[in-house]
Ligand binder design. Structure first.
Ligand SMILES: *Cc1c(COP(=O)(O)O)cnc(C)c1O
Length: 387
């Protein structure tokens, strides 16, 4: 066999970009306005509608969103933000960049989400905020988390990079609570190339983020250069350059329309993996929480059991790659990175559940354009690897 589908590399993720989205980008490019303008405005309106939220502020990335949401809290040195080690580096990095100190609690072994029963013990006089991460698009148990936040007067910044379209007890993530930050990176459930947004119900926080995302200017550029706007502006804070472009929003407008369909296809594939893999001793699958939720299935992340598999996770990833199957690693436990060990004294053994997951986790291919026969290729490659 020379040119059959087995010869093609199957990536762990790839975006679905419709012809309408491509046409919209071209129209935008030809329109004479390619940076922040009417398409970003429309995309923000559509996001507010979809999320039933009063404020949605588009940015260059979710990292920028986390950074600005944290900066708006005006943390003092030694102010603490409680989060999870089982996340992308940006979650901890932005706490540090905003002047705070990351404090971690371990995760649940089956969902990899922050164990909310451990938060109360981590709260100190210096705690200012809690930053849960909805891992793989599975909502964290937010009711008890918000109870703790309320009791101690803490802000909550949900790192919802994986979770657009997810629901907790019948409510969309982003439609309730304090602050949510979504990512539109190409691997995420919807994309603008690069991009992200901050969603909140707090008018003060929304205006702070709006100010900081564009130089600390009290007016947005397209108002200044439009027919009706004034050309004068004031700088009232030293801000950043985190504004989304209309070229990006052109993609986002169409991605958001397709999002629920994307999640449906991801769910079908994830449940099919579950049904096929559930009795494989070489893998441990994720578990479901008892509360009502809609999982956005951003990632499908079993653990590789080295004793049963006869290889470790890294060996498993290399063996699949040899068979033309891509995988991802989301994530190694963040507290074990050199910067966090050296500056915050974290060490192996601090968060045993996260560390066990960190050593064994792998992301199998999962994206809306993947066919059932693509998935069958992944399964048979894994059978071959384990035999
Ligand atoms: C992807 C991701 C981010 C950062 O998103 P960007 O848009 O790439 O900046 C932050 N947190 C988590 C958990 C992520 O997966």
């Amino acid at each position: 066999m020379t040119n059959d589908s087995k010869e093609q590399f199957l990536p762990f993720s790839r975006p679905t970009i419709s012809q309408e989205a491509i046409d919209e980008v071209v129209t935008c490019l030809k329109s004479g306005w390619i940076t922040t303008g009417p398409r970003v405005k429309q995309f923000e309106e559509d996001l507010k509608n979809y999320l039933n939220a009063p404020y949605a502020l588009c940015l260059t990335s979710a990292t920028a969103g986390l950074h600005l949401a944290l900066t708006a809290l005006k943390l003092k040195p030694d102010d603490e933000v409680i989060t999870t080690p089982m996340t992308f580096a940006a979650t901890l990095n932005t706490i540090v960049l905003a002047g705070g100190t990351p404090v971690l609690v371990d995760v649940e072994p089956g969902t990899y989400n922050m164990d909310v029963t451990k938060i109360a013990k981590a709260v100190t006089k210096r705690t200012r905020a809690i930053m849960p991460v909805h891992f793989a698009g599975l909502p964290v148990d937010l009711d008890p988390l918000y109870d703790i936040a309320k009791k101690h007067n803490l802000r909550v910044i949900e790192d919802a990079a994986h979770a657009i379209g997810a629901e907790y007890k019948g409510k969309r993530i982003g439609s309730f609570g304090d602050i949510q930050v979504f990512s539109f990176h190409p691997n995420k459930n919807m994309t603008t190339g690069e991009g992200g947004c901050v969603v909140t119900r707090d008018e003060q926080l929304a205006s702070e983020v709006a100010l900081l995302r564009f130089h600390g200017m009290d007016r947005e550029a397209w108002n200044r250069f439009g027919k009706t706007g004034s050309q004068h502006y004031e700088i009232i804070a030293p801000g950043y350059k985190y504004n989304m472009m209309d070229i990006q929003a052109a993609l986002g407008l169409h991605q958001l329309k397709a999002l629920d369909g994307f999640i449906k296809r991801r769910t079908d594939l994830a449940l099919r993996y579950h049904a096929i893999l559930k009795d494989w001793p070489q893998l441990t699958l994720t578990t479901s929480p008892s509360y009502d939720r809609l999982h956005a299935w951003h990632l499908y992340t079993p653990l590789v059991n080295p004793e049963k598999a006869g290889m470790d996770r890294n060996g498993f990833m290399a063996a699949l790659k040899e068979r033309n199957i891509g995988t991802g690693l989301h994530y190694r436990a963040a507290h074990l990175y050199p910067y966090y060990r050296e500056n915050y004294g974290f060490k192996p053994g601090d968060f045993p559940n996260a560390e066990k997951i960190s050593d064994r986790i792998v992301s199998l291919p999962l994206f809306p354009l993947m066919s059932n026969s693509d998935q069958d290729r992944v399964i048979s490659a894994m059978k071959d690897v384990f035999k």
